[in-house]
Every structure is written in structure tokens, then in C-alpha cells.
Design a protein around this ligand. Sequence first.
Ligand code: SF4
Length: 439
Amino acid sequence: MLGWFAQNARDLPWRHTRDPYAIWVSEIMLQQTQVKTVIPYWKRWMRELPTIEAVAKARSEKIHKLWEGLGYYTRARNLQKAAKQIIVKHSVKSKSRRRRGNESQIKRKLETPSAFARLRRDKHVVSYKFPDNFDDVLALPGIGRYTAGAICSIAFNQPTPILDGNVIRVLTRVFGIGENPREKKTNAQLWQLAEELVAHAKTQRLKTFAGFAPLREGNSCSFFNQSLMELGALVCTPRNPQCKICPVKKLCVAFREGRVGELPNLGKRKTATARRIVAFVVERHGRFLVRQRPAGAVNAHLWEFPNVEIHPNPSGSPAKRVQSAHYSRKKSQSRLTSAATIQKHDWEIIHAAKSLGIEPATLQPLCTVKHSITRYRIALDAFHVHLGGVSTARPHLKRAMSGTRITRHSGNNGVWLTPVQLRKLAFTAAHKTILNKLQ
Ligand code: SF4
């Protein structure tokens, strides 16, 4: 495996460093995201926030903007929380009494809510050390067993096991494990195998391999774990694995027994649930109405155009089509005659707009963005709206009409912004696509 890795490892930017911070960022970004997508994000993040201290001090708007488009934004927020925790809990003690005094003052300051804002303003320099103990790494926010194992093995060459989707696929096939790896017992068995393998790798003396430049002596745990992931990504793929060129085909039970297609046995997939959302790009005097998602919601703190979920099936019962909208069907149909660009059966769109306090004079279909989040298959229909007035049903939008200031947490009280201002904000991936359509 090590020889194969030396010859075949992809030259990825985070493989040129042993800096645990850089490796940590790459591992968090790679969760649920493909390598080729992550590369430019990782480079930009490391350029803008080259140290843990820089992450801890960064404004949350900057963190969200750098993560914009990667999805699962809790990952970015946890990165910042963990960075702050590292500085508070793992600050390095100085030998100088004066410096020690300063450090304890800074540490005390950091424990107050606005501490990092002050730290940013005061330009303090903090000494800290990324923890090199598995339990300490695991205790950081947003770091689970896999990520802690990956950081400790890749950065510190410790024999800590890793088990992600790629490794599960390789191990179930090589060892011919037919039980569902999501089941507790089988999952524990796989962790045990991964642990034994990396412990064995530690006893191996690494030769100097010709091939991948960063492969150095004394990194056998790091490279063994990476070779497992790399084999799963490049050779032992979910469909059409390339067994003929696989370095472990002679050991592989699934290959020998012709069970490659059956493994891993992940059981039946849950069927995806369809959801439909309508978003309104409301324009007035060259400005657009946007709002910030509230704390605690999915994609919290990101920006979006006003939107509402409606019944996914247009032929469903009209009463169920528009959530939280109170309307009179007769009145809505008369309004349709003035919205010439909307088809007759789309009267529900008008009511969705009204449920948000928007009275459209005209509505034009802008685009449909299809995406999946966990088990939901979401279709987001965006409409360009020219206003005819503002419904009295949602006075908060009326208030928003006069305001253009960006508040840090505007909640559902939208603000009117120019395209230049919009580009500075972090949008959810689907709403970023809508924004790009406007340019
Ligand atoms: Fe995967 Fe085939 Fe290699 Fe077995 S022989 S580990 S199934 S690629």
C-alpha cells in the first residue's frame, strides 16, 4: 500500500505540509465535498486565514464568505469555535514573568463573550499550540473520531485509525465483510481492523520511495491511512472498481469470491423526499430585497432572497399548497390577470409571495435551481418581481423598504441592497446561483 501510494498519490496542496491546522482545515472541507471542489476553497482559506489565531479573530461574515458554496456551514462555525478553544485551552506558557503575566491576562479576556472582538482590535499576539493528543483533538468542536484520527495520523504520524466512506468500502471488500457497516457491531469491527492495520504500519520502516515528493521516512502511519483513503477514491471505487491494477487484489476476499459488486452492504437507501420552494427576487430602484437566515436554522447567518416552501405537487390540494398563507382564491385569480407572465395554474406563486408580504405587479420566472440536502430533493423556483405594493399582512417587509443598512443579524427583516453590496455577502449555494443569474 505504501509503495502504491508513493507512486499514485494525487499531488494535493495539503499533502505538502505537516501543519495540523492546514490538515484540519482540509479534512473539515473534504467532509461531504469532492477533492476538486475543495482545492480552491482550501487555498483561499489558507491565504486569508493562515493561522489558527487568524481564524479565531476573523469576523463571522468573513468565515461565511470564505465557506460560501461549500455547504454545511456549521462546519465553518465549528472551525472558528475550535480555533478559539485552542487559543484559550492550549496557550503556550512563556518563561518570562512579564510575558506570562500578559498571557494570563489575555486568557482571562478570552473567556468573556466579546473577547475576540477586543483581541482583534488590540492586535494582541497569542502563543498557542495545536494539541497533539488524540483526546484533546477529539474534544474540539466539530471534530469527531474520524477527523481526530486523520489529524493525529497525518500531522503527527500517530497510529490513530480512520474510517470514512472510502475506507469502509476498501475494508469490507478486502476482508469480505457482508454485514451492514452502519450497524453498531460491524462498525466497531471495522474500527478495530483500521486500528490494527495502522498500528502494524507503525512497525514498518519506510523506504525512500521514488514518486510522490512529500513521502518521507518515518511517516508510515500518516501514509498508510492516506493510502487507504486514496485507494478507495481512485481504484476501489463504488462503481467499476479497477481490481486488475489494485495493489491488494491478491489479499482481497471480495475479488477472489466475486462479491465486489455486493460490498459494502449498505442496506436499502431511504427514498428521497421532494420539496419545492419559491424565491422572489424583488427589485426596486436597482436594489434587491434580501434577508439573513436566523441563528439555529439550517444555513444560519447566510443570506437569501425571500422564499417560502410550497406543496411539491402542483396538483395537490390548494389549501395545502402555500404554507402559512391566508388568502381568498377568488381575489388571487383576479390578480393573475395582471400578472401576464405567469401561467394560470401558477396562482399559488402569487399567494406564496403574498404570504411573505410581497404584492407583485408582475412576476417573471428567473430560474430553477435543483439540489439535494441529506434526503431531500429540492427544487427552488426563483421569480423576478416588480412591486405593485406591500401587503399589510407583513409589516416588517414594509419597514425594510426604507432601510438599506446591513445589520450583522438582520433576521427576517429584509434589507434593500445594490448588486455590489450583495456580492460582499455570503449566500446559500442555491441563492448564490440565483444571484449569478442577475449579473
Ligand atoms: Fe477493491 Fe478490487 Fe482492490 Fe478488492 S481488488 S480492494 S475490490 S479494487
